[in-house]
Design a protein around this ligand. Structure first.
Ligand code: GDP
Ligand code: MG
Length: 365
């Protein structure tokens, strides 16, 4: 099994489209009769990504409470568990979007340590084309320097860069953007894609499945102080809320709550890494809605009717601001709607924190 398993490591900044691409790749592989599994990763433990992958009926396990680098032993354990229970042909492992230095702390240990039973087949780093263009054009990203440092280091360490969300560019911009990005990174393999469909990820999937793109072999020259301080500027809030909806129309409530949260974060001028929600009605209806910027026109249309006397809402927010402030803004937004609509509600779980300083289990230079 160890020799035949294809293990694809998928890295890249918060909201760059990793989970979306993985889910579509899994759909394509299942159609070809392959067995798949996904390992999600996050600092927290009430995870939208895991819930989303499971909604699609793909087996998912998670490495929670920190990045793969700092939880290398758990990563191997989760992988082992997936292999035993699911017997997958292909596993995708998605690292948390605020993490960098995966070559030295995950790729190399898997390749070089005796006890490692699995070898990665590919290492891809995703980037949102809009952010990459801003960076190349010297337009400030909506984050402070330490976070931009992580964004840059993620790109620097990869050999295979997946420039994602190409569908968001106007047709006439594409050729110019392609040229600009390719000339900025002459030594990388660069794939341009839109990951919203199975067809969109086909080329990437084919390339990584062939195993013909070499793994990166150079460990980053990275300043952990700067990296750790950058990561720690992100406030992390995960919570699971439940609302009672006497009339059974959960959609209106959910739209109002999401809207209120966004307005309140935008009012505070906070840089969004990723704010994502999974909503489920007790009778029917479920959706994932995700914001990586405040400009996401038409997001309400992603929410189908949410039907039932109860709805559950899983919230994962990764936003650049002190976490006490983040919690307060989200609480106030939720409470405003609860009071306005006269809803009964309960909180099923919550975690809020700043990521702790990264301390990799292994780091091979
Ligand atoms: N337009 C567009 N949106 C995308 C694409 N890939 C992902 N998204 C959206 O970007 C948001 C973040 O995606 P997600 O896969 O959760 O990002 P992750 O944090 O890297 O796992 C979601 O709203 C996705 O629907 C793409 O190729 N085009
Ligand atoms: Mg994800």
């Amino acid at each position: 099994m160890a020799n035949t398993l294809h293990l694809h490591l998928v890295a890249g900044f918060l909201g760059s489209g990793k989970t979306t691409a993985i889910v579509n790749a899994c759909k394509a592989l299942v159609r070809q009769g392959k067995r798949v599994g996904v390992i999600t990763n996050d600092q927290g433990k009430y995870l939208v990504d895991t819930a989303f992958v499971q909604l699609e009926n793909f087996p998912a396990v998670e490495v929670g409470g920190g990045c793969f680098c700092c939880n290398y032993v758990d990563l191997e354990k989760q992988l082992e568990g997936l292999v035993e229970t699911v017997k997958p042909d292909v596993v995708f492992a998605e690292s948390v979007g605020s993490c960098a230095d995966l070559v030295a702390t995950v790729v190399k240990p898997m390749l070089q340590l005796q006890q490692s039973a699995y070898r990665p087949t590919s290492f891809s780093t995703f980037v949102d084309v809009r952010l990459l263009r801003m960076r190349l054009d010297d337009i400030p990203l909506p984050f402070s320097d330490g976070i931009v440092y992580i964004f840059d280091k993620q790109i620097e360490e990869t050999h295979l860069l997946v420039v994602n969300k190409m569908d968001l560019l106007a047709e006439e911009q594409r050729a110019e953007v392609l040229g600009q990005i390719c000339s900025a990174y002459p030594d990388k393999v660069i794939l341009f894609q839109a990951s919203l469909t199975e067809e969109g990820v086909q080329n990437w999937l084919q390339r990584i499945e062939e195993g013909s793109i070499p793994l990166p072999d150079a460990s980053l020259d990275i300043d952990y102080q700067r990296y750790g301080e950058g990561e720690a500027r992100l406030g992390w809030l995960d919570e699971e809320l439940e609302f009672e909806i006497p009339g059974g129309d959960g959609r209106t409530v959910v739209v109002a709550i999401m809207q209120a949260i966004l307005v309140s974060l935008q009012g505070a001028d906070a840089g969004i890494g990723h704010v994502k929600f999974i909503v489920r009605g007790s009778t029917a209806g479920e959706a994932k809605v995700s914001f990586t910027t405040y400009m996401h026109p038409g997001w309400e249309e992603e929410i189908p009717p949410i039907i039932g006397e109860k709805i559950s809402l899983l919230v994962n927010a990764r936003v650049e601001m002190p976490v006490e402030h983040l919690s307060e803004l989200i609480d106030r937004a939720v409470m405003g709607i609860v009071e306005k609509m006269g809803l009964r509600w309960a909180r099923r779980g919550r975690e809020s924190f700043h990521p702790s300083f990264p301390k990799p289990t292994y780091r091979l230079g």
